[in-house]
Write a protein that binds this ligand. Structure first.
Ligand code: SF4
Length: 251
């Protein structure tokens, strides 16, 4: 049993390896409600990550819209390598609207799904010019009328540019929310979005989106989460619940 506990503790940096501490911690954990978990985790992020922003380079709403469309199934790093030339050659919605899919393709060929994305970018620019006077709308529903703009992209624009309480759920946010215990058996991004919006204060939703994305990108990574360096481990459901139990079973 001692070895079992020791192995479990190797993933619990906030605590020492005494059995007493382990059991008292387990007791605390099992008493924790979802509301308390949200509270602790939000407080930790507020204290430790007061600044959390998009990593997509942009200097105006139009550029961010392009960058977010390009970032689907692609890394921000790759998008940032591509957009300087793209923005320089298509500096306004009007210029992009007057171009062709083939022209745009040449600038984004190193990005995933370049054909589709080139088509979406030109279509988006044309609709932006024709229907919105070349101004990126701030409404999530209106944003979704633009080609290439789904709910996630619309929420990113609404929160990053317009500071609205819109929670964009990408693969990181979806995975991390479930692991931490902010959601339970969420079936899809929309369920996760609704649960997060229900539990996070509206004024914190824009930054909470970045907290979760960046946590998923750099700490709670998909294949092997870095629990040993995770600041929220003590409130994490996966870390303290099934994850630990699964280790107990295989030991
Ligand atoms: S403790 Fe591990 S599983 Fe939980 S949030 Fe941190 S890195 Fe992810």
């Amino acid at each position: 049993m001692t070895n079992v506990l020791k192995n479990c503790f190797t993933f619990a940096p906030p605590f020492n390896s005494s059995a007493t501490d382990f059991f008292s911690f387990r007791l605390t954990y099992t008493k924790m409600t979802t509301k308390q978990r949200y509270k602790h985790i939000i407080e930790w992020f507020k204290a430790n990550k007061p600044i959390a922003e998009t990593e997509l380079s942009h200097s105006n709403p139009y550029e961010l819209l392009i960058a977010v469309i390009l970032s689907a199934q692609c890394t921000d790093k790759r998008v940032n390598m591509t957009t300087p030339r793209l923005f320089a050659n298509f500096p306004t919605p009007e210029v992009l609207a007057a171009s062709s899919q083939e022209e745009v393709f040449d600038y984004i060929r190193s990005i995933s799904y370049p054909n589709n994305k080139a088509k979406h970018l030109v279509g988006m620019a044309r609709k932006l010019v024709e229907n919105f006077g070349s101004v990126v709308p701030d409404d999530v529903d209106l944003l979704q009328t633009l080609p290439g703009v789904g709910r996630k992209t619309a929420n990113v624009i609404a929160s990053v540019i317009f500071d609205k309480p819109a929670m964009a759920v990408d693969t990181h946010v979806f995975r991390v929310s479930e692991r931490i215990g902010l959601t339970t058996n969420s079936k899809n991004p929309l369920q996760t979005e609704r649960e997060l919006v229900k539990n996070i204060p509206a004024e914190l939703i824009p930054i909470a989106h970045h907290w979760l994305i960046l946590h998923g990108r750099y700490v709670c990574v998909a294949r092997k989460p870095k629990c040993e360096e995770c600041g929220i481990a003590q409130w994490c459901r996966a870390y303290n619940g099934s994850y630990c139990y699964s280790r107990l079973i295989i030991l």
